[in-house]
Ligand binder design. Structure first.
Ligand SMILES: Cc1cc2nc3c(=O)[nH]c(=O)nc-3n(C[C@H](O)[C@H](O)[C@H](O)COP(=O)(O)OP(=O)(O)OC[C@H]3O[C@@H](n4cnc5c(N)ncnc54)[C@H](O)[C@@H]3O)c2cc1C
Ligand code: SF4
Length: 316
């Protein structure tokens, strides 16, 4: 690990200002992703700003009937919250499908959203990777791509976003709140937080330098049967090959977001009109622009079958 300096911020705005002052600064929350990347020298920040202890660890009911989740709320606390379990069950289920109890005790809401891909070549510093070293090439194209993306990808990068929680937040139409170094704040729909790779796969989000996530807000509950189904190689401690966050209403309408298939939580609102026609029609519409590799083409029928199982479960 490279040497770095460390400070504890005293307020969210001060944390953002401190990050803007240092050219290679990073925020550290639970550290469960960042520290691993630093040990491998994939991330080499020269300055760490600890955002624990800023009072961003509360879950509060909002005046519009929704929920405001502080950026530092641990995954365990969020999954266990009575309001989340009752009104946003898809979120609780997605969180519990991720990582392990020990990791969830440490991992935070913001850190989970901003965790980086699990593409094996991103972690192998001996291999070319456009995301790690822009312009060096993509080893996954023509390489081992079983776990990687089929839709929203580009010729420069086919990595997936690994978060389970973010997939549920996409289905719930969550909004991310931030503060910038100049103390201005903004709200970004979670749908717009992660960028598609295009020619710049190393630029993963729309966040500006030093912009700190302070909270994630959920709109008032939409009811329905809420399901998170994750298909993976092992029953625990594995990232999704395919996952589905579903909110299905009695009349068969609903919302579907996919994990494990794209560089960001994947939701195609127009495709949801196909849901009453069944899994095949909906899956085809959601993955209309898919460009799988030979190794991960199995994900297309897997999405359809997983969606079939989800819809059957929703029908009871
Ligand atoms: C063995 C293992 C298995 C795992 N399995 C799964 C799984 O199945 N599903 C899943 O979803 N995840 C899984 N994870 C990933 C885990 O969920 C993430 O590592 C965790 O959520 C990251 O949260 P953190 O608070 O530790 O983030 P950190 O490591 O502290 O930070 C991650 C990134 O977010 C940035 N950041 C943190 N807080 C803020 C903020 N407030 N504003 C702006 N930027 C911020 C940091 O600078 C850093 O770039 C696994 C991890 C491990 C190690
Ligand atoms: S898929 Fe993306 S992360 Fe993986 S090797 Fe290619 S550029 Fe790197």
């Amino acid at each position: 690990m490279r040497a770095f300096s460390y400070e504890k911020a005293s307020s969210p705005a001060d944390a953002a200002a401190a990050a803007a002052r240092s050219p290679d600064a990073k925020f550290i929350a639970g550290g469960t992703n960042l520290l691993d990347l630093m040990k491998l020298q994939i991330e080499t920040p020269t300055h760490l700003i600890d955002v624990n202890g800023l009072g961003l660890d509360k879950i509060e009911s909002s005046p519009d009937g929704g929920l405001r989740i502080g950026a530092l709320v641990r995954n365990t606390a969020l999954a266990a919250d009575e309001r989340v379990r009752r009104d946003y069950a898809v979120l609780s289920r997605a969180l519990l499908a991720g990582a392990s109890g020990q990791l969830r005790n440490r991992a935070t809401t913001a850190g989970n959203l901003l965790q980086r891909t699990r593409c094996p070549y991103f972690y192998d510093t001996a291999q070319p990777c456009n995301k790690r070293r822009p312009g060096s090439g993509c080893s996954a194209l023509g390489g081992f791509s079983r776990q990687l993306g089929v839709v929203g990808i580009s010729d420069a990068c086919i990595a997936t976003h690994p978060s389970d929680m973010a997939v549920a937040m996409r289905a719930l139409d969550a909004t991310v709140e931030t503060v910038k170094p100049d103390r201005s704040t903004r709200s970004i729909p979670v749908a717009d937080v992660h960028r598609l790779p295009g020619n710049t796969p190393h630029v993963e989000t729309v966040l500006d330098k030093g912009e700190l996530i302070t909270a994630v807000t959920l709109p008032k509950p939409v009811g329905g049967t809420q399901i998170y189904r994750k298909v993976r190689d092992r029953a625990s401690y594995a990232f999704a090959l395919v996952s589905i966050a579903a909110i299905v209403q009695r009349d068969g309408s609903g919302r579907i977001a996919l994990g494990g298939v794209a560089p960001k939580p994947w939701r195609v609102e127009t495709a949801e009109a196909e849901l009453p026609r069944g899994a095949k029609a909906a899956a085809e519409a959601i993955l209309a622009d898919a460009k799988p590799t030979r190794e991960n083409a199995f994900k297309l029928p897997l999405v359809e079958r997983t969606l079939g199982a989800v819809l059957a479960q929703a029908r009871g």
